[in-house]
Structure formats: structure tokens, C-alpha cells
Design a protein around this ligand. Structure first.
Ligand SMILES: [Zn+2]
Ligand SMILES: [Zn+2]
Length: 212
């Protein structure tokens, strides 16, 4: 599996492309504005076909180029049903530009699998940042795409629309149970590993809730 990443937009969103180089099938994750040109260039240069556009959740800094990218490539858009409405009716609070609506055609549900060629991603429903936030686990590659749920050094915000501190604590505790060697690529900021985050995750587990 090949993994490309780029930081885009006013909130420095990590946009990801995962691909099977043999079958030349690719998926894009969190097509924030402006990622259309970059994703298009990578696909063209490498001869890859985009099969799916995944939104880890429905906040505006993760979905803005969904519609344009889907139109350009024909790839359907996938999101958890609980965040589906955020794509159809974007709520661009504080966004410096318009966020075009997009219509998801694929449901990401807990336990579901995304499979293209050798790409195998398991869907973990990890609410807390939003109701329908998901993480994607590429277990064969030891990689977790954690969206805005787990960052290097802490959890995602729970004070935005759809947030819940109780659900976030449960999701963080769950992620803390993954193999410590798992590399973590969040929706913002640097990559990390489950093992590196384990000390504070253990505090959340011991308290049974987020701590100040
Ligand atoms: Zn978010
Ligand atoms: Zn974000």
C-alpha cells in the first residue's frame, strides 16, 4: 500500500491518498479545500483510478472538495450515516470560503471494510468529535487514519457541533487497545503511534473520562 499525504487549507488539514500500486486503485481521505488539483495530479502522474472518497467526519475542513473530486473522477463519497447530513448541508462555521454540498453514496458503518486490490481498511466508528466520526484501520500495514479523534498529544475537540466528551473518552480508550506499534495519521498535525500516546490514554482509561 502506498500512502501519500499533503497539508492543505486554513486549518492545515492532512489530506491522504492510499493506493495499491499493482491494481492502480486509490482512495482519497478528507478531500479538504484546496486538494482537488493535488489529488488530480497524483492520480494522473501515477496512472491511478480513484475508487472512493472517504470523509472521516463532516466538518467543513474535511469535505470541501468532495463534490468537485467526485465529479472529476466519478468516485463515490463515503461517510458514516450519522455525519451524512453534514455533507449534504454543510455548516461552514468560520470557514473563509463556501463549502459546496456533496451527496454520499456509500455508508461507512462500524465493522465495515473498504477493499480495493490489496487495500484493506476496517471502519471503526469512533464518535466524540462528531456523532459519525470514524477511524480507518489498515491492519496489514499497521496504520490508523484517526481523523479528528486522536491526535499526537491529545484527543479531538468535543465542543464543536456533534461533540460529546463521554463518547470521546470511550473512543480514545478503544483506540488505546490497538497494537502499540500502530502508526497514527491524524486529520491535523504530525503522525504518531498508539504506543507513544499510551501514557495519557491510560489516564483517560483509569479515570473513565477525559481530564482537564
Ligand atoms: Zn473536525
Ligand atoms: Zn478537522
Amino acid at each position: 500500500m502506498l500512502h501519500l499525504g499533503r497539508v492543505v487549507g486554513p486549518i492545515a488539514t492532512n489530506v491522504q491518498i492510499l493506493a495499491d500500486e499493482r491494481t492502480r486503485e486509490a482512495i482519497a481521505i478528507d478531500a479538504a479545500i484546496p486538494s482537488l488539483a493535488w489529488i488530480g495530479a497524483e492520480l494522473a502522474e501515477r496512472g491511478w483510478t480513484l475508487k472512493l472518497i472517504v470523509s472521516t467526519h463532516g466538518h467543513w475542513d474535511h469535505i470541501g472538495d468532495n463534490a468537485a473530486l467526485s465529479r472529476e473522477t466519478g468516485a463515490p463519497i463515503a461517510v458514516h450515516p450519522l455525519d451524512r447530513d453534514r455533507l449534504i448541508n454543510p455548516a461552514p462555521v468560520m470557514a473563509p470560503f463556501e463549502i459546496p454540498p456533496s451527496v454520499p453514496a456509500v455508508e461507512l458503518a462500524e465493522g465495515g471494510q473498504i477493499r480495493f486490490g490489496s487495500l484493506r481498511l476496517e471502519v471503526l466508528h469512533t464518535p466524540g468529535h462528531t456523532e459519525g466520526s470514524v477511524c480507518l484501520l489498515a491492519a496489514d500495514d499497521g496504520l490508523l487514519l484517526s481523523g479528528d479523534t486522536l491526535f499526537a498529544g491529545g484527543w479531538g475537540r468535543v465542543d464543536l457541533p456533534g461533540g460529546s466528551a463521554e463518547q470521546m473518552a470511550a473512543s480514545i480508550i478503544r483506540l488505546g487497545g490497538l497494537d502499540p506499534a500502530t502508526r497514527v495519521q491524524p486529520g491535523h498535525g504530525p503522525a504518531t503511534t498508539i504506543g507513544r500516546e499510551a501514557p495519557w490514554i491510560e489516564l483517560v482509561r483509569a479515570n473513565g473520562r477525559l481530564f482537564a
